[in-house]
Design a protein around this ligand. Structure first.
Ligand code: NAP
Ligand code: MG
Length: 483
């Protein structure tokens, strides 16, 4: 695959140089639609992480500290422009590596990544302190400073987009970064490093170390030279990172799993709700942390909605993700496909009713048919655990109080949605649902300006928006004697 070869020299990007992994190991990255290797990625380990952290520290203390806020903003804007000018190439690489459709990659992931860099470019010059009314004869003001070297660990479901969500605010605030992409989808992070180089970002400001979580990722979490870890991924790994980070008292933001409730009241626009429910679970083949995986439908419209949803789901086009007509690509890896299918077995064994799908599609590639279970009870495994695949659980409810209780009866608290034409009911339910994001009469909207993150076992901290920027800063109080 020429594009992948061009952007991936099989090296790590450290201190502005493309370098071999010290131990010289590498691993293949697989196209999940064909099960074939695309190219070989360098496997960074603890010694490579150490080199990257040192390079990031040198850049933080030296060249990057000398770049004015306005020039930081210009560099970030340029990165956004370069992402946009390479849109077709990045989208193709993302599709090949992750199995997401080319339509989603080119219309959503890549343009939103460019937008994220431009959005945070604007913030670079708007990071301000305050003057504080302290006792006379003294004067106190605050400085909002960068944290230093930030370690960022991202998953495989939105590779370029989540890299942008993490890198752009960190650099806008004046930090330097060591980024560890997911082993399944490293290619667009390497592409981003190329773009940063082309934009003229000083050496060491952004370092990309490809490799595995338990080695490269853990080394980043343990490294005493790292000031913060920003992580997106599974709750189990988030917990492990939190335990390990206590050793060096690192700051953390954790964006973890979800089991998001999507609540449809009987007075909703059913056609819109059905479309929203379908997108909510099958977008990016269900590999979305905010997937609306528990669909609660009020009794009076339950059967009508389920029939409509089952019919449109069975018509969804699944296949080659490079085909613009395809709606559903393959799961990201064989392991993920196997995991999803084992949840399907559990759903059947626990007595849920399989309405459609429920099997692997024949032929090459890790394709799972879009799957809907009816008659799901909220205590079944498929309603409690994050499946991270195209599997929807449909549950019925009688009234607002009952549905709020059931919707909140989950360890997670990432996102939720409510569908109703009653404005009071919509806002009341939005307040009662425990989640970092609630959508009303829509599903899955994001914007670089909107704070995003979770509560409960979905993690803490916010990404994007002004809140996301502040997570990469700390406050210093300065006292001045005026006597
Ligand atoms: P994961 O293990 O949490 O991986 C996320 C990132 O963390 C990857 O870069 C991974 O490295 C790294 N990592 C793994 N173990 C680590 C450790 N001990 N220390 C530091 N970093 C570590 O997620 P996964 O295994 O890819 O997916 C498993 C499940 O996680 C999914 O089925 C889904 O339920 C959930 N998930 C959630 C999200 C989300 O957005 N909330 C995203 C992806 C997955 P590798 O390169 O070795 O993977
Ligand atoms: Mg891959």
């Amino acid at each position: 695959m020429p594009a992948a070869q061009k952007i991936n020299p099989g090296r790590l990007y450290i201190g502005g140089q493309w370098v071999d992994a010290v131990a010289g190991h590498s691993f293949p990255t697989i196209n999940p639609a064909t099960e074939e290797a695309i190219t070989t990625i360098a496997e960074g380990r603890a010694e490579d992480i150490d080199r990257a952290v040192r390079a990031a520290r040198v850049a933080f203390d030296g060249p990057w500290a000398k770049v004015s806020a306005s020039d930081r903003g210009r560099l970030l804007w340029k990165i956004g422009d370069l992402i946009e000018s390479h849109l077709a190439e990045i989208s193709e690489v993302e599709t090949l590596d992750s199995g997401k459709t080319i339509t989603e990659a080119s219309r959503v992931d890549v343009p939103m990544a460019a937008d994220c860099f431009r959005y945070f470019a604007g913030w670079a010059t708007k990071i301000e302190g305050e003057t504080v009314a302290v006792r006379a004869p003294t004067f106190n003001y605050t400085l909002r400073e960068p944290l230093g070297v930030v370690g960022q660990i991202i998953p495989w479901n939105f590779p370029i987009l989540l890299a942008a969500w993490k890198v752009a605010p960190a650099l806008a605030a004046g930090n330097t970064v060591v980024l560890k992409p997911a082993e399944q989808t490293s290619l667009t992070a390497l592409f981003l490093a190329r773009i940063a180089e082309e934009a003229g970002l000083p050496p060491g400001v952004l370092n990309v170390v490809t490799g595995f979580g338990p080695t490269a990722g853990a080394a980043l979490v343990d490294h005493p030279g790292v000031d913060k870890i920003a992580f997106t991924g599974s709750t189990a790994v988030g917990q492990e990172i939190m335990r390990r980070a206590s050793g060096t008292l690192k700051r953390l933001t954790l964006e973890l799993g979800g089991k998001s409730p999507n609540v449809v009241f009987a007075d909703a626009d059913l056609e819109a709700a059905a479309r929203g429910a379908q997108n909510g679970i099958f977008y990016n083949k269900g590999e979305v942390c905010t997937a609306g995986s528990r669909l609660f439908v009020e009794e009076a419209v339950h059967d009508a909605l389920l029939d409509r949803l089952a019919a449109s789901t069975s018509r969804m086009q699944q296949g080659d993700p490079l085909d613009p007509k395809t709606r559903l690509g393959p799961q990201v890896s064989e392991a993920q496909m196997t995991r999803v299918l084992s949840y399907v077995d559990t759903g059947k064994a626990e007595g849920a009713r399989l309405v459609t799908g429920g099997e692997r599609a024949p032929g090459k590639g890790y394709f799972v048919r879009p799957t809907i279970f009816g008659d799901v009870k909220n205590d079944m495994t498929i309603a409690r655990e994050e499946i991270f695949g195209p599997v929807l659980s449909v549950l019925r409810f009688r009234d607002l109080e009952e549905v709020v209780r059931a919707a909140n009866d989950t360890p997670y608290g990432l996102a939720a949605a409510v569908w109703t034409k009653d404005i009071k009911k919509a806002h009341k339910t939005a307040r009662l649902l425990r989640a970092g994001t609630v959508w009303i009469n829509t599903y899955g909207l994001y914007d670089s300006a909107m704070p995003f993150g979770g509560c409960k076992m979905s993690g803490f901290g916010r990404e994007l928006g002004h809140h996301g920027l502040l997570e990469y800063t700390q406050t210093k109080s300065v006292w001045v004697d005026l006597s």
